[in-house]
Design a protein around this ligand. Structure first.
Ligand code: FAD
Ligand code: EPU
Length: 346
């Protein structure tokens, strides 16, 4: 389905009012391939989106935006695990709910994360002690220039904290078309993060975790259908042991975690921003959310410029106070494609 010069406001959860040359709702692979081929013929940029819950449009997009709406879920039961093959255009949270209804437990910690299934591997979505990589069997991608379909198994996806090969070597010319999940039948609750520790490991079930996470998230994140946002605007920063020693001495209440990926110290960006007294701070229509400092909201008709200036100020204030320089988690999309977000707010 083609739509010429459409507004992208309904297609990004920050609610930035920009337009594209074309908007294509792709219901099958042919739609994706033909949109890509047309954009090549007219020499215009092409971007594939899920629900736009992790992007900031900087300006009008001078090309085609393809919304991945390819659907389909296959579930296969084996002796020790469930194997799921899920098309990229399915909604992530709806998939989590479906598995719980079917008695397949293991995705509950990742409930209520907005976005499509095909976007989940890109930043290796994570919440409450679980990441996408924990359940990933494979990611299926379409190489657009050759129309070849390739399956990358978990070890090949280079998953890291909010990172994967799909943000690097496989960022351009590839569309994620499906994911394969492997969910072990022997279920073990993951309840060592934050308020989840209040649950009793002897009696807890997956639905208890789901409900508690629903409660926590409702109080922490604004609902994007009412208040525009992209969840955490910045990633949590990793710092060296030396810098953390200095900071902990000066700020004994500072939360920090030794991270298993790289043995560095991970800090809570929300805490750092709150210490700079930035909760509620506004630039134009953009503001730092009062209930969680890591969330930037579109309070009232914010422009991308408002958001960039606000992000710049947040980064500068935190940097000057702690010598820790925050990097956006959200992807910045300019007229011709992705831009360097750190450079833009430095
Ligand atoms: P989009 O924003 O549409 O796209 C993101 C990027 O992926 C873009 O660069 C796009 O071009 C690319 N892309 C999308 N689909 C494809 C495809 N099929 N093939 C190739 N490239 C593609 N994230 C977490 O990890 N944990 C959380 O707890 C969390 N909580 C959130 C809470 C709120 C309220 C909000 C608004 C966001 C939250 N997020 C969280 C961020 C966001 O939900 C995730 O990053 C999500 O995976 C983005 O999905 P999407 O479909 O909206 O991706
Ligand atoms: N904190 C403050 N002030 C604030 C916000 C947080 O002091 O305004 C402190 C909290 O008290 C806590 C610490 O910071 O001690 C961590 O806060 P929280 O548990 O809310 O998690 P987070 O680090 O801010 C990360 C992810 C979220 C994910 C949650 C739960 C990143 C960038 N964000 O947030 O993911 O849902 O943990 O696992 O890693 C996202 O990526 O968009 C996202 C929402």
């Amino acid at each position: 389905m083609y739509n010429s010069k459409p507004s992208l406001k309904p297609f990004n959860t920050l609610g930035i009012d920009v337009s594209a040359h074309n908007l294509i709702i792709a219901r099958n692979l042919k739609d994706i391939i033909s949109a890509w081929q047309i954009s090549q013929q007219v020499n215009e940029p092409f971007i594939i989106l899920g629900e736009g819950s992790n992007i900031l449009f900087l300006e009008n997009f001078n090309g085609s935006v393809v919304i991945n709406s390819v659907k389909g879920i296959e579930i296969n039961e084996h002796d020790t695990a469930w194997y799921l093959h899920v098309a990229a255009g399915e909604n992530w949270h709806a998939l989590v709910e479906l598995t719980l209804i079917k008695g397949i437990y293991g995705l509950e910690n990742l409930a209520f994360i907005p976005g499509k299934v095909g976007s989940a591997p890109i930043q290796n979505i994570g919440a409450y002690g679980v990441e996408f990589k924990n359940v990933c069997n494979y990611v299926e991608v379409l190489h657009l220039p050759t129309q070849q379909i390739v399956r990358l198994y978990r070890e090949e996806c280079q998953f890291g904290y909010r990172d994967s090969v799909f943000k690097h070597a496989m960022k351009r010319n590839y569309a994620i078309i499906a994911v394969g999940l492997c969910i072990k039948k022997r279920w073990k609750p993951v309840i060592n993060y934050g308020d989840l520790v209040t649950l009793d490991p002897n009696t807890v079930c997956a639905k208890d975790i789901f409900k508690l996470i629903q409660y926590i998230r409702k109080n922490k994140f604004p609902n994007p259908s009412r208040i525009g946002n992209v969840g955490s605007f910045f990633k949590n920063p990793f710092i060296t042991q030396e810098l953390s020693d200095v900071l902990i001495e000066q700020w004994p209440s500072m939360p920090y975690y030794r991270h298993y990926y790289n043995n560095k110290i991970k800090l809570a960006a929300g805490w750092l921003i709150e210490q700079c007294h930035l909760k509620g701070y506004r630039v134009g229509g953009a503001a730092v959310y009062r209930k969680h400092a890591l969330v930037i909201i579109n309070q009232y008709k914010a422009t991308s410029q408002d958001i960039i200036i606000l992000a710049q100020e947040v980064r500068n204030k935190v940097g000057k106070k702690f010598n820790v320089w925050l990097e956006p988690e959200v992807r910045f999309i300019g007229a011709y494609g992705e831009c360097d977000a750190v450079e833009l707010i430095s």
